[in-house]
Design a protein around this ligand. Sequence first.
Ligand SMILES: NC(=O)NCCC(=O)O
Length: 411
Amino acid sequence: MEGSNGKRPQGEEEEATAGSIGGYESLHRLLESNLSPELFKEASRLLLGLNCGRALEAISLPDGTTALAKAHSFDVQAFRFNVDKEFLRQPRVVRVGLIQNSIAVPTTSHFADQKKAIMEKVKPMIDAAGESGVNILCLQEAWTMPFAFCTREKRWCEFAEPIDGESTQFLQQLAQKYNMVIVSPILERDVNHGEIVWNTAVVIGNHGNIIGIHRKNHIPRVGDFNESTYYMEGNTGHPVFETAYGKIAVNICYGRHHPLNWLAFGLNGAEIVLNPSATVGELSEPMWPIEARNAAIANSYFVGSINRVGTEVFPNPFTSGDGKPQHADFGHFYGSSHFSAPDASCTPSLSRYRDGLMISDMDLNLCRQIKDKWGFRMTARYDMYASLLSNYSKPDFKPQVISDPLINKRA
Ligand SMILES: NC(=O)NCCC(=O)O
């Protein structure tokens, strides 16, 4: 367990802290433990912003939740995003949860055992969310399996399930039990279209019904992320799911590097966009706290960012055409799940190496308040960009560049 200073005591197994920052769970914990309270307050203000002029409030959770977190050794944190009081609208507070986790057994185990072990591991975390009254819960990308897409081996396709398959049925019961919307990102087997594979989020309603699906729009071709070997770019557009608790959308992992992807969910009216991900430190960590937060600001909605944790070692080494020697793992998935708000505030992040549940209360009225304040939608000039994009996508597009006729003249 983490000590009272946020650092693991010396002597605990090194493996337990693999992925820590000098023994600390997160940058936030590192700063909190090493700065004076005044300096920490200032650093937090600059790093996390302010919400309604104040630092975000932590909220206390029921004893049942903290007991589950202790018993199953996962990080749990909870915060509240406030809004200004309005005269004509009632508050629209929803409680949203994000779950990050490592895989449960080695990737060499029987596939059925791997899936079962992950489901067993995630179940108490879902229970903890349910006990805490979470209304909308999102799991990590391809949560039922190791992120084996680095390997290019086709046998991992066996983890793919139809939309109404085993993991959906498992979650449907929990959604109903806890009256909770659950977003379940899985590897999908499209049984109606030649059994092809997609990277899909299934949105399960609070009555246990399947509201719909979204398939990952942008497929990475970077580093070890050889996902294009397995599935194509999604064909579901940018759906927004109107749930009992608000309008939500799912921007799956690599889609977070595409501002137009974020924009499209916003144009369709999303109030919360969930970003279930699987990404590693060496590749993307400097981008992680920026992109989602920028999307929340630019599109006046909340974003929930989730990344898996740990290092997943595969049976056979692979290369990825980047000149690096062959290796058998992606590197460290750095967790750090968190929420960003339209007013530019964000929560601290969950642990860089432990499983975790991040909970936030958010009043969705903040979305319109920020639209009214900043007017980004009003000032966006969509027609100008629509015409540029339409021209750009034609084969005869010429970039609008005005060259200095004297560019080659000597001074
Ligand atoms: N899962 C996934 O799309 N990862 C790509 C790497 C990244 O976007 O950081």
